[in-house]
Design a protein around this ligand. Sequence first.
Ligand code: ATP
Ligand code: MG
Length: 421
Amino acid sequence: MASLSPQKQRDFAFQVVRKLQDGGFIAFWAGGCVRDQLLGRTPKDYDVATNARPDQIRHLFRRHKTLAVGAAFGTITVVGPRGAGQVEVTTFRQDAEYSDGRHPDRVWFTSAQEDAQRRDFTINGLFYDPVQQEYIDYVGGREDIQRGQIRAIGDPQQRFHEDKLRMLRAVRFAAELGFTVEPATFQAIAQMADQILQVSAERIAGEMQRLLTAPFRGEGVRLLAASGLACPLLPEILTPHTNQPRPELERTLQLLERLQEPSFALVLAALLAGLCTARQVIAIGRRWRLSNQVMERAAWLVEHHEVLRQAAGQPWSKLQPILIHPGASELLALMEAKSQLGWAAAEDIQFCRAKLALPPEVLNPPPLITGDDLNQLGIPQGPIYKKILDQVRADQLDGIIQSADQALQLASRIAHNEANP
Ligand code: ATP
Ligand code: MG
């Protein structure tokens, strides 16, 4: 998608509301964008709530491109001009039973007031009329935004019973906004935390990603542990049987909070490096059905999180493969955070950064010989090829050999020694 301009998004979202109102309908901005505006944050996108029905919305916006994928739930997506993104226009609705704990079985169309009641948290239950510049607050959302708390709308147990994911969303919003979770809401999570596993792995992973990369991620993890959600989701951070946070966790969370706009893989690694093996990280990745890319990167970082220690004293053949790995910059970011806490030496980072600044042909010179050369030497193919090429590469990087001739001699010697042990 073309890059979005916050001003164009806002202007377009304003026009969508005005057009609906000019057509005789009630229309407001709703949910996250209203919350973000009150917090002085730039909304990621705008949602509009209206009493117009999906077919009326489509008709009104017939000159625009509209998408009707969500029409069964009352949502028509109106596509804006370049840079303005798209606005989801949803008819005021009430949700019926959630028999699968995820989707309402059916929805019916109602008033703005009832629409506010179906939303998850009071901070997400606000409307704003951008034409009149007026907030419409049926749920006490403004007060909770001011207090900085996440409170379920209505009875928290019932709301979490309808959709278990809301329990994790509560903690995720706390981590994103630096809010607390209101006591009754928190208590309901503590009582129902085990049921979070009824939610699909993908939805859990999506929330975990946002929680762990959020500005208040350390507090988010503390809340996961304190609320009981960590027990089904991330038992690796808890002491077995007591389910109390592991003693090392507090230190780890300091590190987590130091990371600057980290990738998901990097936070996962920072969180798990002191607590788990790389294999356990892969197991967590499978559990959450993370992409191979994220899972393998996190595992690689955990496996190598200590190897840049005393970088200058290490053989270059050991350090170089790590520095040319695509995860190297995240590994250095992890080191950077550690060094801020006094857990890693700034010299090690400087040394690695200086190496990374070398011209590519110096940092990663082409190999002196390949498997073809071994073949021409008459060495029978087999696992020995890797052994020879690895040794040749290490000696090349360490400056022990410089030419293809020397490499071939070394290769012959290794092959000879293998054949005549
Ligand atoms: P962000 O987009 O920053 O995550 P948001 O509040 O816009 O925050 P969305 O997931 O985009 O979150 O949802 C839009 C609105 O829909 C929310 O503000 C909330 O009112 C409502 N909502 C979303 N998910 C749920 C849910 N699981 N249960 C009840 N209401 C929900
Ligand atoms: Mg949103």
